[in-house]
Design a protein around this ligand. Structure first.
Ligand SMILES: Cc1ncc(COP(=O)(O)O)c(C=O)c1O
Length: 424
């Protein structure tokens, strides 16, 4: 048994996420990770160009974050967060409130992105319930992705493999994303939904829809939607699980819009990838609707690991790094570097279009869209064989690398992408 490789031993008991094991039986066993590099059990190295699902933005095993967490580990590991509090949670809340959109006032803890959205949905529904109005419909964008729990699946438009569960979904109406030209159509669709339904909330990924292959939309158009929602007391829930913490060029994508969301969902880069944690933040208006002499008006939702002190410490250290001059400079350098690459590659005959916001860069290949087809597998293998971990989404190749990626590593990534166009 022990002289078998990890990837062989893995096959015996492990069931991986988002995987049809019959079609994709192979895994790669990663034994270590440092900064932007993953190393597998055979000693092969890969540049982690997607920051392990957009989490490790300050680099893997970041010395500053790990040392802060290891100090905290000697002091307080875990404690119930109902009726108790602790310094890492308090300090994190103070640091976060300083950088969140100015209307955010309260922070609720959980442990993954889907759950942060689930809580956002529950806050929106219960807000109306508590204020004496039963509203039962949610609005969401076409092609959005918000996670894999039931509420999150319901608002996700991109639920191509959610067939078995669809009968159990919440009541959701969809609108197109604003593209700069369709303001009228989008607002008309909204008006029609509001006229025929009791709408409780609007759940959306601001400016970039990650799982829809980094589909980007227009800030002005989104602002109009948010204004419309405010006017109709529809609670706006910004899912910043992916866009949060600097990726779009601002600390949060919501800062691009004048109208701020009532609720914001955060996870992924929150802890710099060291530990799982998520947050749902909200404005005072939302919190006040739950604050009552009536116990049943409280938010009766809670997870065992809520506000785990180690995860809070990792998040606090990550926020300090995000605000550092070094990381802010790196964000500018990566953004400029992607712009140069985008201008160069957009004229390639195999490239249909490119797009970018901050350090998020995407390139669409001029081929038929096939989300999990052969081309995706062929490209993935090509990238890995060339030492770059990139996960194409359908016919889109995208980069969302850690802020600490070096110039040399970036150049290698661009070159490997350009070389890959030859096998398309
Ligand atoms: C925008 C967005 N929301 C929610 C989620 C779900 O997060 P998690 O996988 O941590 O449940 C994701 C995951 O990719 C996401 O990109």
């Amino acid at each position: 048994m022990t002289n078998m490789s990890l990837k062989e031993r893995d096959k015996k008991h492990l069931w991986h996420p988002l995987t049809q094991h019959k079609l994709h039986p192979e895994t790669i066993a990663i034994t270590k990770a440092k900064e932007c590099v993953l190393t597998d059990e055979d000693g092969n190295e890969y540049i982690d160009t997607i920051a392990s699902w957009y989490t490790c933005m300050y680099g893997h095993c970041n010395d500053y974050i790990t040392s802060r967490v290891s100090t905290q580990m000697q002091k307080l590991d875990q404690v119930v967060f109902s009726g108790f509090t602790h310094e890492p949670a308090v300090k994190l809340s103070e640091a976060l409130i300083k950088i969140l959109p100015e209307n955010q006032s309260k922070i609720f803890f959980s442990d993954n992105g889907s759950t942060s959205v689930e809580i956002g949905i529950k806050m929106a529904l219960q807000y109306h319930f508590n204020t004496g109005e039963k509203r039962n419909t949610l609005i969401a964008f076409e092609d959005g992705f918000h996670g894999d729990t039931f509420g999150a699946m319901s608002v996700s438009g991109l639920s191509i493999y959610n067939g078995p569960f669809e009968d159990f979904f919440l009541n959701v109406k969809r609108i197109p994303i604003p593209n700069g030209k369709n303001h009228h159509t989008v607002l008309k669709a909204l008006q029609e939904i509001v006229s025929n339904n009791k709408v409780a909330g609007f759940v959306y990924e601001p400016l970039v829809q990650g799982a829809a292959a980094m589909k980007m939309h227009n800030a002005e158009g989104l602002n109009k939607i948010l204004k419309f929602c405010k006017k109709h007391n529809i609670i706006t829930v910004a899912d910043e699980v992916m866009t949060g913490f600097g990726k779009t060029g601002k600390h949060f994508a919501s800062l691009y819009m004048e109208t701020k969301p009532d609720i914001i969902c955060l996870s992924k880069a929150l802890t710099g990838g060291l530990l799982p944690m998520a947050l749902t933040t909200c404005s005072q208006k939302i919190y006040d609707a739950f604050y009552s002499d009536d116990i049943s008006k409280g938010l009766f939702h809670g997870h065992t690991y809520s506000a785990n002190p180690l995860a809070c410490t990792a998040a606090l250290a990550s926020i300090e790094l995000l605000q550092s001059q070094d990381i802010q400079n790196n964000i500018k350098v990566i953004t400029a570097s992607h712009q140069v690459f985008g201008n160069h590659i957009k004229n390639h005959p195999k490239v249909k279009s490119t797009r970018q916001l901050g350090i998020i860069f995407a390139l669409d290949l001029d081929v038929k869209m096939e989300r999990y087809g052969n081309l995706r597998d062929k490209l993935f293998k090509f990238f890995m064989d060339n030492g770059v971990f990139l996960r194409p989404l359908g016919n889109t190749i995208y980069i969302q690398a850690p802020y600490v990626i070096t110039k040399k590593q970036l150049e290698k990534v661009y070159q490997v992408i350009e070389d890959a166009l030859e096998i398309v």
